[in-house]
Design a protein around this ligand. Structure first.
Ligand SMILES: NC(=O)c1ccc[n+]([C@@H]2O[C@H](COP(=O)([O-])OP(=O)(O)OC[C@H]3O[C@@H](n4cnc5c(N)ncnc54)[C@H](O)[C@@H]3O)[C@@H](O)[C@H]2O)c1
Length: 327
């Protein structure tokens, strides 16, 4: 199977830092991935996408769209650009697939940011080291499922543009019968990753601090913010399952799930245990606008459809993979 990667390295502009360039990833893929071809193009360029898809015609089996702009500060400062990348770019890819290979799957990596402030209005209790949902809340046992509304709430420009794209992906399934999926992910973690938003767990940065001895800085929520990280290899595996059984207009929340829930404070303790190093934790006041105190994903819908899928990386294995990559 041929794999074509379309990426113009807009990443370094979106994250406003040259160390965010995807150049090394591109080189690694060209060196190690079998049958990989890289196309340095902007996916908003309809003519360029048309020429590319025309080369393969009806043989395009899937578009896996991972090109969302998801830097909150960038989207807030550049709403038109955020809209152009997240909404118009997604539309170009959908239209081009529809024209050339309508039966192909369109898997869009959406975001839990589509839930906007609904995710922040959840009633939380302070468990000392972590925020947790109040006992008895419908999402308390297993996390947030797809029933949470995405409507009538502030989102930030990032969340609003991703919600618009997420709905359009669904609509190509409803209106045209295309095999589309909006896969809403939260905290994806892998060893090649750059820094994360500062209110997130920042696990790669934490692994770096274990090696360098620098203090680990986290912003807001008294360092008790909770996420359920999913290793990027487990995400890739989930996409592989979905690729093999696509259907129109499917929507999933995907993350590590309840067993992977972890606060920033818990993460520091775990990283210390695994690395054998002391890590100084500095909690700075002031969570970034649109940040989240608590997010755990209910993955029941995805697991019900794909019972063979489950995260292979538990928290220890995920943390260890980050430590190993820093050595
Ligand atoms: N990483 C996470 O934890 C996380 C969380 C929520 C959602 N997501 C979603 O998952 C997807 C992948 O996230 P990521 O962390 O790998 O993001 P990323 O920023 O690392 O990767 C996006 C890639 O898309 C490319 N790109 C952006 N606009 C482009 C354009 N117009 N033309 C060509 N290439 C373009 C960038 O250069 C970059 O390499 C995104 O859609 C994001 O919204 C990720």
């Amino acid at each position: 199977m041929d794999v074509v990667g379309v990426d113009n390295d807009l990443r370094k502009d979106i994250h406003a830092a040259s160390q965010w360039s995807g150049e090394q990833t591109r080189r690694d893929l060209l060196e190690h991935a079998v049958d990989y071809r890289h196309v340095d193009a902007d996916f908003r360029d309809a003519a360029a996408m048309d020429r590319l898809f025309a080369e393969f015609g009806r043989n395009v089996q899937a578009v896996i769209h991972c090109g969302g702009a998801h830097n909150r500060a960038f989207c807030q400062a550049n709403p038109a650009e955020a809209y152009a990348i997240n909404v118009m770019g997604t539309n170009v890819l959908l239209e081009t697939l529809r024209k050339h290979s309508k039966q192909g799957a369109f898997l869009y990596l959406s975001s839990m940011q589509v839930y906007g402030e609904h995710a922040n209005g959840l009633p939380l209790m302070d468990l000392g080291r972590r925020w947790e949902l109040l006992d008895g809340h419908p999402y308390a046992d297993d996390g947030v499922d797809e029933s949470m509304s995405i409507d009538a709430t502030p989102h930030s420009m990032l969340g609003a543009s991703q919600a618009a794209a997420d709905l359009m992906v669904q609509e190509y399934g409803h209106s045209f019968g295309m095999n589309t999926a909006s896969i809403r992910v939260g905290s994806i973690v892998g060893p090649c990753q750059g820094e994360h938003p500062r209110d997130d767990l920042g696990l790669n940065r934490l692994a770096e601090c274990a090696g360098s001895g620098e203090p680990f800085v986290i912003h807001g929520y008294q360092g008790k913010q909770v996420r359920d990280p999913l290793h990027v290899a487990d995400l890739a595996n989930a996409l592989w399952f979905k690729f093999q059984a696509p259907k129109p207009a499917s929507v999933y929340n995907l993350g590590g799930g309840r067993s992977m829930a972890c606060s920033a404070r818990d993460a520091v303790e775990r990283m210390q245990r695994l690395s054998g190093k002391e890590i100084e934790l500095n909690v700075e006041e002031g969570a970034p606008a649109g940040g989240q105190a608590w997010w755990v994903t209910n993955t029941a819908k995805f697991r019900q459809e794909f019972p063979m899928w489950r995260p292979r990386y538990d928290l220890d294995a995920l943390f260890q993979s980050l430590l190993d990559a820093k050595q």
